[in-house]
Design a protein around this ligand. Structure first.
Ligand SMILES: Nc1ncnc2c1ncn2[C@@H]1O[C@H](COP(=O)(O)OP(=O)(O)OP(=O)(O)O)[C@@H](O)[C@H]1O
Ligand SMILES: [Mg+2]
Length: 218
């Protein structure tokens, strides 16, 4: 897998292996596969992921300088929806994190507070479906943050089902599936085609879902 752009999106069906890849990259980079900041472990000794143990990362020269430095100096963050809330509760207010109390914010507000605070320096930033918590306009803010990271020498790898996020200009899109991992253009993605057709005419999809129910009722 070669990352050819500062922002790489992983797309594909449920179960295609996006999260598996992101977790393995996290682990290989020294980030906790359960989510969080570089150089920190978040209080459990669960074993490494099998792929994370096998994976070897090749860095750019700027990237190598970052990983050969002290472990705590490694820049990076792994934001994953499933574990983010517990993690955010634990580290809120600690030095090097965000100062806003995310426990009194909504899900999406908390996410944005974290993103704003943590995504401020070049590094490796991994995200697993960040759109899950975010409204349309918050997703746009996230796109702007990703672009900012790209401009300052960061690398983002983001698993997503979002047609909005993947539209970031210049981003690399890798489609994961039974075919393996292949590069794809935004406009050619199955996900974009489905969303276009669904928004143009939801009934074209919905009538197939409810057709048998209607027949049963009659
Ligand atoms: N250690 C493992 N050994 C074998 N199979 C595994 C292992 N861990 C996960 N899987 C399987 O690998 C597949 C990929 O899972 P993964 O969570 O990476 O999918 P995903 O692309 O992130 O899906 P989603 O879009 O639903 O988040 C799943 O079918 C899962 O059950
Ligand atoms: Mg996943």
């Amino acid at each position: 897998m070669t990352l050819t752009a500062p922002v790489t999106f992983l797309v594909g069906e449920n179960g295609s292996g996006k999260s598996t890849l992101i977790e393995a990259v996290a682990e290989a980079h020294g980030l906790d596969a359960h989510g969080g900041r570089a150089g920190r472990k978040y209080g459990n000794d669960r074993p490494k992921t099998p792929l994370g143990q096998q994976l070897r990362l090749e860095y750019t020269s700027a990237g190598s300088r970052m990983v050969t430095g002290p472990r705590r100096g490694r820049r990076g963050y792994f934001l994953r929806a499933e574990t983010a809330f517990g993690l955010m509760r634990t580290v809120t207010g600690l030095p090097g994190y965000w100062q806003d109390d995310v426990t009194i914010m909504s899900h999406g507000e908390g996410f944005l507070a974290v993103l704003d605070a943590m995504f401020a320096h070049p590094g490796l930033y991994l995200m697993d479906e960040p759109e899950a918590a975010l409204s349309f306009s918050s997703c746009l803010r996230l796109v702007a943050l990703m672009q900012q990271l790209a401009d300052t020498g960061g690398q983002v790898i983001c698993a997503t089902h979002s047609p909005l996020l993947t539209a970031l200009p210049g981003a690399q899109i890798l489609e994961v599936g039974e075919h393996g991992i292949r590069q794809a253009a935004w406009g050619d993605l199955a996900l974009i085609d489905h969303w276009r057709r669904y928004l143009a005419d939801p009934s074209a999809y919905l009538r197939h879902l409810f057709a048998t129910d209607d027949a049963d009722r009659r």
